[in-house]
Each structure stands twice: as structure tokens, then as C-alpha cells.
Design a protein around this ligand. Structure first.
Ligand SMILES: [Zn+2]
Length: 392
């Protein structure tokens, strides 16, 4: 079952609350350690007996139970690996755990608030809910969880979410990190089996990595390092420049023919491997960027002194289409708009997320080789439907 984790920052908690969380954390740790002690001294002790023994610790009973469960699982883990592991113990500063029944989220006067059992007097009511800060990505999922309906107009929505249903909140935890308190929790979904017949891989064409094929669903990818090809290109560019200067058109033509033969050879190798990769992923569609418009080619212009690069890309496309067809695969084009600036995990589009070879998402933290990330985006994008004039 697919799961995502949402992290929320507690929004300016009062001093009283901060002190209370610290006390709770320390008591939670005490309850864990006491459970371990009890279990160590009496192996046959039952959960109910342990709970009874923890009664004196100032914590809501649900949290004492969570502490006992956590400690017992740590104990079981230790029992299995006694030879290599020392007897467990809990640090004073640990995350406080809440099972899925024991925490709540709601919107109140425009604020997102989280409600958790604490050591404050009285029952949990909306007044005891604390405001939290969520980024847009988190809000998208939180709204889905609360409304059970996905906001398809949201910029974080992706067509691949179509098969997602029945969001359920999982366990939560309250913890302190880098001077701030956070509440994080998981959301699990059910997912319709995606139609295997429509499974696609994406191919990103670039200069550094000549091509990357990526399967967004499994995270598998295949890269073709262009280092030696780049070397050849640079060598030819130098020679070409010299021949142009000398106005030796005959030699220039011969040189260009030779370069084309080498590129054609590599494109043949690359396209063959990409088709094999697509088949191994169980895909039936290979998606590539539609680079027919001049604007789309712009991303390569800066790096190329001649149109030799664009020629090489289209040659790769031709060979890929040819070989794919033979393997009963389709090659489809997708909109190339900012494929390298988009996060393949959450859909955020931000130019500064891409730094040289690496893509780091400022929204969800996803980190990946930039070209691999782009290939996943290409795989997920809807294919451009060719206009069919024959249909009235
Ligand atoms: Zn992201």
C-alpha cells in the first residue's frame, strides 16, 4: 500500500506548551525504559500488567500504551539479535508516538490545527488544538485526507494520482529537531492497478548524459553517459572551426560526414538499449519530449556551436521510433515545458531546484540526478494527441 509522510511545523507554540512537550517527551522515554526493565526482570510479564505498572507516570493512558508497545517491539528485536546487540535503552529526547486513533487534524478559522492528547487538564477539545504550518504540498494531501476528495485543480495534482483512493491517516509523532517542534504522520492509500498496457518510460535527451531512460513507477533508470561522445563532438568542433577558417569546404564536408557516421552509430546503440529497457520494465510506450518547436530546442542552444546537436537528437528519435515499432512499442511525444525544473515526486516546478547535475526539491526534499528526475517527469506526462482530421 502506498504511503506518504507529511511533516508539519508547530506554529509558534506558547512557552507553557513547549515546557509541557518537553515533560511529555521525558515521561514517554521513562515509560519506555521502565517497560524494558520490567520485561528484563520478568520475562513472562503481560502487556496489561506492564500498563498497570506504568500507571504512575504522568502521561495520557494512550501514550503510556504507545510507549509500552514501542519498548516491547525494541525488546523483541533485541531478543532476536542478542549476540550482536546490547540491551536496548531509550534516550531522554525521543519522539512521542500517537496511534492513528489518537490524533486529529482540522481547519479552524483558516488555520490548520492538530489535536493530540496531552497532560493538560480535561479532555481534548478544539481549544487545545495547536496551529501548525504546512507547505502547499502538505496542504494538498491534508485536504485530500480531510475531504476524501482530491483537488485536481491544485498545481501539485498529477494525472498519475488518478488511481489513488481511500486516504487513511496512519500513526503520528511529535518531535523536536533543530530548535523546532514538528508533528509528522503518514497517509496510506489504496491504488487501482495501473493498466499495464499503458505503462510508459520516459527518455530525456541531453548533452552531458546523452540520454536517460526512466521508469517513474519503479524508479528504475538507464543512463547513457555522453562523456566519450562529448569528447568526439568537441574534437570535431575544433577541426571544423579550423577548416572553416581555411575555407576548405571539401575537407569540411568530409569531416562532417565522418562525425555523422559516428553519431549515427552511437544513436543506434543507445536506441537499441532503450527499447530493451522499456521491454524489461513491461512498458509499451516510450515517451520523449516534443522538440520540434524552436523554443524547445533552446535548452540545447547555449551548449552547441552548431546545429549538429539538434541533428543528433532527431536522429536518435528516428532510430528509437524505428526500433520501438519493431518491438511493438509506441513512441509518443510530450510537452517539454520545464521537464528539468519539475520535481518528479511532488510536482513542484522551480528553476533553482536544479543545480548542475542534481535536482533538489525545495518543497518535498526529493533529491535525484537532474536528468533522471526529468526522465521520470517525461514518463508521467500525458502524450500529445495528434490531431486527427479524418474524424468528423
Ligand atoms: Zn518535490
Amino acid at each position: 500500500m502506498p504511503t506518504i509522510t507529511i511533516k508539519l511545523l508547530l506554529f509558534e507554540p506558547t512557552k507553557t506548551k513547549l515546557e509541557m512537550y518537553e515533560t511529555m517527551r521525558s515521561h514517554f522515554s521513562d515509560a519506555c525504559n521502565k517497560t524494558l526493565e520490567l520485561k528484563k526482570s520478568n520475562l513472562k510479564m503481560k502487556a496489561t500488567e506492564i500498563d498497570h505498572a506504568l500507571d504512575g507516570i504522568e502521561l495520557p493512558s494512550t501514550l503510556r500504551q504507545e510507549a509500552r508497545k514501542l519498548a516491547l517491539s525494541r525488546y523483541q528485536d533485541w531478543k532476536k539479535n542478542q549476540k550482536t546487540k546490547g540491551f536496548p535503552s531509550f534516550k531522554n529526547k525521543i519522539a512521542i508516538l500517537f496511534n492513528n486513533q489518537n490524533w486529529h487534524l482540522r481547519f479552524d478559522k483558516g488555520y490548520l490545527k492538530v489535536g493530540i492528547p496531552t497532560i493538560e487538564e480535561g479532555n481534548l477539545n478544539i481549544d487545545k488544538y495547536v496551529p501548525v504550518k504546512a507547505n502547499e504540498y502538505s496542504l494538498f494531501w491534508v485536504s485530500y485526507l480531510l475531504k476524501n476528495e482530491m483537488d485536481k485543480a491544485n498545481r501539485h495534482y498529477q494525472p498519475s494520482y488518478e488511481g489513488i483512493s481511500k486516504p487513511k491517516k496512519g500513526n503520528g509523532q511529535l518531535y523536536y529537531k533543530n530548535g523546532k517542534w514538528f508533528f509528522s504522520f503518514s497517509i496510506t492509500f489504496e491504488m487501482k492497478q495501473t493498466d499495464k498496457k499503458e505503462k510508459a518510460i520516459g527518455v530525456d535527451r541531453g548533452l552531458r548524459l546523452v540520454a536517460v531512460a526512466g521508469d517513474a513507477n519503479s524508479g528504475k533508470y538507464l543512463t547513457f553517459n555522453g562523456r566519450h561522445i562529448g569528447h568526439i563532438r568537441r574534437k570535431f568542433a575544433r577541426l571544423r572551426h579550423a577548416l572553416q577558417k581555411a575555407k576548405n569546404t571539401k575537407a569540411l564536408k568530409r569531416l562532417e560526414d565522418k562525425e555523422q557516421r559516428i553519431i549515427k552509430y552511437w544513436n543506434h546503440v543507445i536506441s537499441k538499449k532503450m527499447v530493451r529497457f522499456a521491454l524489461s520494465c513491461g512498458a509499451c510506450v516510450i515517451k520523449i519530449e516534443d522538440l520540434t518547436s524552436i523554443r524547445s530546442m533552446k535548452k540545447f542552444w547555449k551548449l552547441s556551436d552548431r546545429n549538429i546537436n539538434s541533428w543528433a537528437f532527431f536522429d536518435l528519435e528516428t532510430k528509437l521510433t524505428y526500433k520501438a515499432t519493431l518491438a511493438e512499442l509506441r513512441v509518443e511525444k510530450v510537452n517539454p515545458y520545464k521537464t528539468s525544473q519539475e520535481c518528479s515526486k511532488c510536482g513542484e516546478i522551480k528553476k533553482s531546484n536544479r543545480r548542475k547535475d542534481t535536482y533538489t526539491c525545495s518543497s518535498c526534499g526529493h533529491k535525484e540526478n537532474a536528468d533522471i528526475n526529468a526522465s521520470f517527469n517525461i514518463a508521467r506526462r500525458p502524450s500529445i494527441v495528434k490531431e486527427d482530421n479524418s474524424a468528423a
